[in-house]
Design a binder for this molecule. Structure first.
Ligand code: GAP
Length: 488
């Protein structure tokens, strides 16, 4: 994790928020490359799950909503974590996560020697288990108190109870309260889904592990509405669609490069399930901090629509033409964190390789996710015609691709710099491209495209670069495209 955090800061992916004031441990700012990576993750998610599916539509609901939304959803009363404080060092913990961190122990069997013992394990000398503060090993912990994770604020200039509202802790509720609007305006038949990407806020007791758990984050959520009275392949529709969404979500992460062995499913046990859920499966990723939740896929039943109908007095149901009856749809909810997905893609892409006796750090992002698609590198920055050609190429490609121009070092170093940030392809403009009239060498009008992963190169006419890069970004293998383009 330290390696990733340091790379992210050094190369402009992620900075600590308000760093010049000492920073906040719970918020992060995405730098020039981080915002490109984040936008690309969101773009492919939206394209694959909303735009390309005939059974999906999109929504962008507001962050501030009517306070009753959070009463109806259960967040005001139940969205709490148990919190304890150390009476000695004043550190604060989630009571239910105390045994998930290593703990400091002054062992009575070894004259009070200090040990740091792995999470949930007993001391191998005295056999003791943690009872005190895991951080200082000395302080008693207070009794747990329930702490609501929602950020409270006021709508309007007067800070009074009637004006209280909350920053949304999940984007989902914006979809539920708009169910009828979307269904009516888009004349949708079940099953159909609504997708949304947006910010969510939680006053986490113990944020941390870089962008894994923060107080402000982004979610990509889908609420997929199904008719609970229908069956698909002989199974209740909600159960069929739940399995289908689990498969689709896992396949999506693999499609964009996450390695098979780094993903697994975690089924929630009965006592782990949220009060509204019939079944929940988490997709876990092997993060640098260990296996942890990347996203959750829950069957929320008809809980939310019924709650909002009850609290608002407006029917949130669907008229089943076939059965001539009103039904309240069940909801399957694939819910992913953008920041967690970014951390997973980053961790999975990171490699340290040896190339001709030298270390190469490379981020092997899927080409569609690479923050920079193409780097244009002039081989000689003193030659005006080379620089002009390189700039013209940059102008042309930057119409619909993320492109950078760099002439600040020798080519070997420029390649390493681009590898380290995961740039999918480098294009070099050299003397042959523009010719050398003084030596009587004619221009061939070709440039060199270099593939980040194989480091192979192919010379193609400058006029065909957009087409070749387009084919590569569209998923055609390098070997095939290079063979076709190189032979052109
Ligand atoms: N609407 C359902 C819902 O919000 P959740 O499991 O609480 O479910 C869904 O959150 C996803 O949002 C998580 O799997 C995670 O990727 C992301 N997420 C939740 N809390 C987060 C936090 N404090 N920081 C970063 N991402 C978070």
């Amino acid at each position: 994790m330290d390696t990733l955090v340091s790379l992210c800061k050094r190369r402009g992916f992620v900075f600590q928020s308000s760093e010049i004031y000492g920073g906040t441990g719970s918020c992060w700012d995405y730098g020039p490359l981080g915002v490109e990576l984040k936008n690309k993750i969101k773009r492919v998610w939206w394209r694959d799950f909303v735009q390309r599916r005939p059974d999906m539509v999109g929504l962008d609901a507001s962050i501030l909503m009517h306070a009753m939304v959070w009463k109806a959803s259960g967040h005001v009363d139940h969205f709490t974590d148990p919190m304890v404080d150390c009476r000695e060092c004043r550190h604060r913990f989630r009571a239910d996560q105390l045994d998930e961190v290593p703990w400091v122990h002054y062992c009575p069997a070894t004259k009070g020697n200090k040990f740091t013992i792995p999470a949930a394990e007993a001391c191998s000398h005295c056999g003791g288990r943690r009872t005190l503060c895991p951080d200082c090993g000395k302080g008693e912990l207070t009794a747990p108190r329930q702490f609501n994770l929602m950020f409270k604020t006021f709508m309007g200039p007067v800070e009074e109870d009637a004006a209280v509202t909350y920053l949304r802790p999940e984007t989902a509720q914006g979809i539920f309260v708009n169910f009828d609007n979307v269904q009516q305006s888009m004349r949708r038949k079940l099953p159909f889904g609504i997708g949304q990407i947006g910010k969510a806020f939680r006053n986490e007791i113990t944020p941390g592990n870089f962008i894994f758990r923060t107080r402000e984050f982004e979610q990509m959520e889908i609420e997929y509405f199904v008719n609970p009275h229908e069956t698909v392949d002989g199974r209740p529709a909600d159960e069929f669609w739940h399995d289908r969404w689990i498969e689709d979500c896992v396949a999506w992460f693999k499609r964009y490069g996450i390695q098979d062995g780094n993903l697994r499913l975690h089924e929630h046990a009965r006592d782990e399930l949220a009060h509204y859920a019939k079944r929940t499966a988490d997709v876990q990723y092997r993060f640098p901090i260990g296996w942890s939740e990347l996203m959750g896929i829950a069957n929320r039943t008809d809980f939310d629509l019924k709650q909002h109908a009850k609290f608002s007095g407006k029917a949130l149901s669907y008229f089943d033409e076939e059965r001539k009856e009103h039904v309240v749809p069940f909801v399957i909810e694939p819910s992913a964190g953008v920041d967690r997905a970014l951390l997973a893609f980053l961790a999975d892409a990171y490699r340290e390789e040896e190339v001709r006796g030298e270390k190469r750090v490379v981020l092997r992002f899927h080409p569609e996710l690479a923050p920079i698609s193409v780097a244009i590198l002039p081989l000689l920055k003193k030659r005006d015609d080379i620089v002009r050609t390189a700039h013209a190429l940059r102008d042309e490609l930057s119409r619909d691709l993320t492109v950078v121009y760099d002439d600040t070092a020798a080519i070997g170093r420029l390649y390493r710099r681009q590898d380290e940030v995961g740039t999918a392809y480098c294009v070099t403009v050299d003397v042959q491209t523009v010719g050398a009239t003084d030596k009587g060498e004619a221009a061939d009008g070709k440039v060199t495209i270099r593939d980040r992963d194989s480091m192979e190169q192919v010379r193609v006419p400058a006029s065909r670069v957009r087409e070749v890069i387009g084919a590569l970004l569209g998923g055609r293998p390098w070997a095939e495209v290079a063979a076709a383009a190189g032979g052109a």
